[in-house]
Design a protein around this ligand. Structure first.
Ligand SMILES: CC(C)(COP(=O)(O)OP(=O)(O)OC[C@H]1O[C@@H](n2cnc3c(N)ncnc32)[C@H](O)[C@@H]1OP(=O)(O)O)[C@@H](O)C(=O)NCCC(=O)NCCS
Length: 173
């Protein structure tokens, strides 16, 4: 049974493990390899500990397997760019590579969306790398509609991102 719960500062190493493993698997051939190789659980744990400490309106949820290990996480809050259509944004959603495609991402998405809707944030948005086809298929399956496009420099390489939006933040029973 998978448990979804709020992330705490102590969860930073577990979240960092998922972050590094899923980035290195999902973004190979998309994000510069030197950047992927430079990611370490230790460094990401420091970043996540700082984020979880400060929080500043960020909602972080983790999914925990039977053995208590964190196998997925998601984070979101108020939209970071100004767009009157969407007040909430998903900033991260990652599932450990070996358990993807078993419904865990959907459960995390639904739980985060419910939390953001409960904060009265209307409309939901997410940026996905254009070349991340599984990520795009996932958000399309979740009901997101294309809602923007941007090219940003990342580790010295321009990367195209596609925005997906939901006019109403979805609520699940
Ligand atoms: C995207 C991600 C969060 C999805 O989580 P997941 O647990 O694998 O997804 P689910 O099992 O809930 O999939 C739900 C639906 O999304 C779509 N989908 C998910 N993975 C897919 C893939 N690899 N290829 C095509 N469609 C996919 C399917 O429609 C799937 O439904 P189905 O299995 O009934 O066909 C996960 O694959 C992941 O962590 N990927 C790497 C990071 C990433 O891309 N994050 C999103 C961008 S921030």
């Amino acid at each position: 049974m998978l448990i979804i719960r709020a992330g705490e500062t102590d969860d930073a190493p577990g979240i960092a493990r998922v972050h590094v493993e899923s980035w290195q698997a999902a973004y190979r051939g998309i994000v510069p390899q030197a950047y992927l190789d430079s990611l370490t659980v230790q460094n990401q744990a420091l970043m996540w500990a700082r984020l979880l400490d400060r929080r500043r309106g960020l909602t972080v949820l983790v999914s925990e397997a039977d053995d208590g290990r964190i196998v997925g996480f998601t984070a979101g809050g108020e939209v970071r760019h100004r767009d009157p259509r969407f007040q909430a944004e998903i900033s991260s959603l990652y599932v450990m590579p070996h358990i993807q495609r078993q419904g865990h991402g959907t459960r995390l998405f639904m739980a985060l969306s419910n939390r953001l809707a409960a904060q009265q944030l209307k409309g939901l948005f997410v940026w996905v790398l254009a070349e991340n086809q599984p990520g795009r298929a996932f958000y399309e399956k979740c009901g997101g509609e294309p809602a923007g496009e941007v090219t940003r420099e990342f580790a010295g390489t321009p990367l195209r991102e596609i925005g997906y939006g939901w006019r109403e933040t979805p609520k699940y029973g």
